[in-house]
Design a protein. Structure first.
Length: 235
């Protein structure tokens, strides 16, 4: 049946109560991205950045996986070939929904990173500028998330998967953040079938073979049913 590669963005977790950059009244609306999601912002005010991510951890801990997360986990279990989940999200809702081996290209809220020695470990619920690295002892601890201006994680692995994809889907993404916004071009070059599932069309929707519009909790389970029915007919 062929490999499926799926990219998910903030839109898939929005219905679990985790806001996107563009939501009014949420955590992101209270801060400039430059202040809380860039290396320069962290250098200027690490206490502010830690408070912001501490609040995000609290918010994420109170969220539950929704029907879209569970549907993708079901697709992994039942599809006769590989289903690779790549997410721009730093929450763990895919895993909470039953997914396995999720590629977190932007890191995770659960991770801590030492900017001195690059040691990684599971973070405490609250982090402060006074925290020290358990490996080198330096006070250079930051959230293990990819900020604007930094290179996402696992890019070679992701490109290898895209080069062998039969189907590529982007779910809940804005199509504005690179390099993820260019994944559809990589998949198209590999002759993959491409589909975007989004509440509204992204900036890159014209590059996809097909678009499915609506809330992820409705569209994703239906799309998964469609794929699994296709697999059963071909067996």
């Amino acid at each position: 049946m062929g490999k499926i590669v799926i990219l998910t963005g903030a839109g898939i977790s929005a219905e679990s109560g985790l806001g996107t950059f563009r939501d009014e009244g949420g955590l992101w609306a209270q801060h400039r991205i430059e202040d809380v999601a860039t290396p320069e912002g962290f250098a200027r005010n690490p206490a502010l950045v830690h408070r912001f991510y501490n609040a995000r951890r609290v918010q994420a801990a109170g969220a539950d996986a929704n029907a879209a997360h569970r549907a993708l986990a079901r697709l992994q279990r039942e599809w006769p070939d590989d289903v690779i989940l790549v997410t721009q999200n730093v929450d763990s809702l895919h895993e909470a929904g039953g997914a396995r081996d999720v590629i977190h290209m932007h890191g995770t809220l659960a991770g801590a990173l030492c900017s001195t020695c690059q040691h990684r470990w599971v973070s405490e619920p609250e982090m402060t500028p006074a925290d020290t690295c358990p490996a080198c002892g330096q006070r250079s601890v930051r959230p293990d998330v990819v900020w604007f201006g930094e290179m996402p994680y696992f890019m070679d692995e992701i490109y290898d998967h895209l080069a062998n994809a039969q189907i590529f889907a982007a779910i809940g993404t804005s199509g504005q953040v690179y390099p993820a916004a260019a994944f559809v071009h990589e998949a198209t070059a590999a002759d993959a079938e491409t589909v975007e599932l989004n509440l509204e069309p992204s900036e890159g929707v014209s590059y996809f073979d097909r678009k499915i519009l609506g809330p992820a909790t409705q569209t994703v389970p239906l799309w998964v049913d469609e794929l699994l029915n296709r697999a059963r007919r071909q067996n």
